[in-house]
Design a protein around this ligand. Structure first.
Ligand SMILES: Nc1nc2c(c(=O)[nH]1)N[C@H]1C(S)=C(S)[C@@H](COP(=O)(O)O)O[C@H]1N2
Ligand SMILES: [Mo]
Length: 224
């Protein structure tokens, strides 16, 4: 009979458990700020996990010494800046752990990045009201674009270190962008300029068939 108090209670507990697990999975996908390690569902569709960190680029790995590196942040901002290395290192520093998802289907968990938070940069340069897009320009000629709102997440940073050691040349030294919620092609290595723009400007891969967005959970891989 359905009025058995025990089975009724069990049923309630089970329902509660399922709905709380569903909630966790949902949050893992959509909430900003949840650490990747706490996601119930961590590997996006079509991805496999790797332990070693692969190198992917256009085949040119520019040698950019810290001493001559400069980063210009300009375009549709109230307060454009150019940082040299020591000015960059004088900014407040953060540390953040996140997963990498590359469109070529590898994912690497738990990467600890040190650097300057994207939110700090935004506070400093003050995007104008019409700034809706960011275009990243790199020392190897690479470009990539994101909507401003993607850069506003607390997990975005300009990283100079990985796992406690300075980035190596092949991974984008001295400074690269990290946008963990997008596929890794959106994370420009050897960053040279961040341009704020009212108009979107698709970057190197975006004009060559990659999606204009890059959400691994939606498999925003290619535009065709
Ligand atoms: N400047 C620059 N940034 C870049 C690229 C590039 O060719 N040049 N390749 C992108 C791609 S497609 C990927 S998957 C990642 C690879 O970063 P990694 O070599 O550190 O793994 O960098 C991205 N950022
Ligand atoms: Mo990539």
């Amino acid at each position: 009979m359905s009025d058995d108090p025990k089975s009724g209670l069990l049923g309630q507990i089970k329902d509660k458990l399922i709905s709380s697990k569903e909630k966790t999975a949902e949050q893992g996908r959509h909430l900003t700020g949840m650490p990747d390690a706490e996601r119930a569902d961590r590997l996006p569709p079509g991805q496999h996990r790797v332990d070693k960190w692969p190198v992917l680029d256009l085949g040119i790995q520019p040698d950019v010494p810290k001493e001559s590196w400069e980063l210009t942040i300009d375009g549709a901002v109230e307060n454009p800046v150019t940082w040299d290395w020591s000015t960059f290192m004088d900014q407040p520093q953060i540390s953040h752990v996140s997963d990498i998802h590359c469109v070529t289907t590898w994912s690497r968990y738990d990467n600890r990045w040190d650097g300057v938070a994207g939110t700090h940069l935004l506070d400093l340069v003050k995007p104008k009201a019409d700034a809706k897009h960011l275009i990243f320009h790199s020392y190897d000629g690479y470009t990539t674009n994101v909507r401003l709102e993607m850069f506003q997440d607390a997990d975005v940073l300009l990283a100079h270190s990985w796992e406690g050691a300075p980035l190596t040349r092949e991974h984008g030294a001295p400074v690269r962008v990290i946008i963990p919620k997008w596929y890794f092609w959106k994370s420009a290595k050897w960053i040279k300029r961040i341009e704020f723009s009212a108009i979107d400007q698709p970057g190197f891969w975006e004009v060559r068939g990659y999606n204009n967005d890059g959400d691994p959970w939606k498999e925003d891989r290619y535009s065709m």
